[in-house]
Design a protein around this ligand. Structure first.
Ligand SMILES: Cc1ncc(COP(=O)(O)O)c(C=O)c1O
Length: 401
């Protein structure tokens, strides 16, 4: 069988890109920040280039924004059967900016200083977000089971009591869980009963594997649509967070009216090149994306085998979505922390689980959106480091198909 084109990408080529993932920890293999090593869809590159060639380097023309709104609405309907009016899609520079806006403008009306509730382990910057706004943060730890992760319903109910802003990330970075319709409905009932609101982060929603399917939170009931604001973006699936364009989807008329008054500056943060790239991704990128998902799907399963062979003490449950593997390395008892250990001893750059809040101790997050031979090389090195051997191979050719 001939090699997949992604398998042929070398570590030298990846380093030459100068990307954050491959330049920050010099000499190491990059598996930390959520960037993919596969570039982006050809239509996205063409659209971004055209923006510059045509001199669209001033403020965002209305047509560029309209196109992005239309394309997003079309994408959400085609991919997830979520029907919205394009005007409900608001341009933002990033998902983090959308969360900031939700905290400032869409906290429960009766409790403007409401705490943030996070289901942990959580995406790292969310852990310190509440503090930036002088708010409290309540962490509700997810419960691991043999086959996945469950919500601690009692703890969530308590955390929401009195009204809170729940941050719901689906698919859930870093554990890779894709929430079922039933779970989303149960969440929405607790939110509704407590007068809380929800910021829904669905940035990883296009990246869902066979066996799971993404249900947008706002579609599960009219109440869920009314008490939530959602952020989506093409940035994770099409690998373009540096182009600065995300979307805030407002599914409540009162929020839309409020946003007209307060949202202008945040909307101006979206970049022209990002708007054009997003439109192209949503309109023309499906074929490229499906190829990437197929590759990632195989990688997440192959990772099971290679971990079993080289790091048998490590527990890993393949994620249902995202390209992030959440590895339980607690049995290895690594000092001073597992990510520090693997960086120093194996030159593999990972994220320490403790950066993701409660439940993260003894875990690392590994980004497997990398060529499979490189992924194999990473796990080889990590296994050798645990065994006290020196192995600086950067790739494992056997891991290529
Ligand atoms: C769940 C989640 N939310 C938000 C972000 C950040 O998105 P942005 O760069 O658009 O702020 C990331 C980045 O990896 C993420 O994984």
């Amino acid at each position: 069988m001939s090699a997949h084109p992604f398998d042929l990408l070398t570590v030298d080529q990846l380093r030459r890109t100068g990307s954050l993932k491959w330049s920050e920890y010099r000499g190491s293999l990059g598996a930390w920040v959520a960037e993919m090593d596969f570039g982006t869809a050809p239509g996205v590159i063409a659209a971004a280039q055209e923006t510059l060639v045509n001199g669209l380097i001033g403020y965002a023309p209305t047509q560029l924004v309209h196109d992005m709104q239309q394309a997003t609405a079309g994408w959400l309907e085609n991919r997830f059967e979520w029907k919205i009016d394009p005007d409900q899609v608001r341009p933002m520079s990033s998902v983090m900016t959308a969360l900031d806006a939700a905290i400032m403008h869409f906290s429960p009306r009766h409790r403007p200083d409401a705490p943030l509730v996070l289901l942990t382990p959580a995406y790292m910057p969310f852990i310190s977000t509440a503090e930036r706004f002088g708010r409290d943060s309540i962490e509700v730890a997810m419960v691991p089971t043999q086959s996945g992760w469950e919500i601690d319903w009692n703890a969530l109910k308590q955390a929401l009591a009195g009204g809170a802003l729940l941050v719901l990330v689906n698919p859930h970075n870093p554990i890779g869980k894709v929430y079922s319709r039933e779970e989303l409905l149960a969440i929405s009932e607790l939110v509704e009963a407590s007068g809380s609101r929800v910021f829904v982060d669905e940035v990883h929603s296009p990246l869902v594997f066979d066996g799971a399917s993404h249900v947008p939170y706002a579609t599960v009931s009219p109440a869920a649509a009314a008490h939530s604001v959602t952020s989506v973006a093409a940035t994770k699936a099409f690998n373009l967070p540096g182009l600065k364009c995300a979307q805030l989807v407002l599914t409540n008329d009162a929020d839309r009216i409020a946003w007209e008054r307060v949202g202008g500056v945040a909307e101006h943060g979206a970049a022209n090149v990002g708007l054009a790239a997003t439109t192209a991704a949503y309109r023309t990128g499906t074929g490229w994306l499906d190829g990437v998902i197929g590759y990632l799907d195989e990688s997440r399963m192959l990772l099971l085998d290679i971990i079993q062979e080289h790091l048998p003490q490590v527990r890993y449950l393949p994620p249902q979505g995202t390209y992030l593997a959440w590895l339980d390395v607690s049995r290895l008892a690594l000092d001073p922390g597992p990510a520090q250990f693997f960086l120093k001893e194996a030159q593999v750059a990972l994220i320490n689980g403790t950066a993701c809040g409660s439940g993260g101790k003894g875990f690392v997050r590994l980004n497997f959106a990398t060529p499979r031979p490189v992924l194999g090389g990473m796990i080889h090195r990590m296994g050798a480091a645990v065994d006290g051997c020196d192995n600086k191979d950067v790739t494992d050719p056997e891991f290529a198909q």
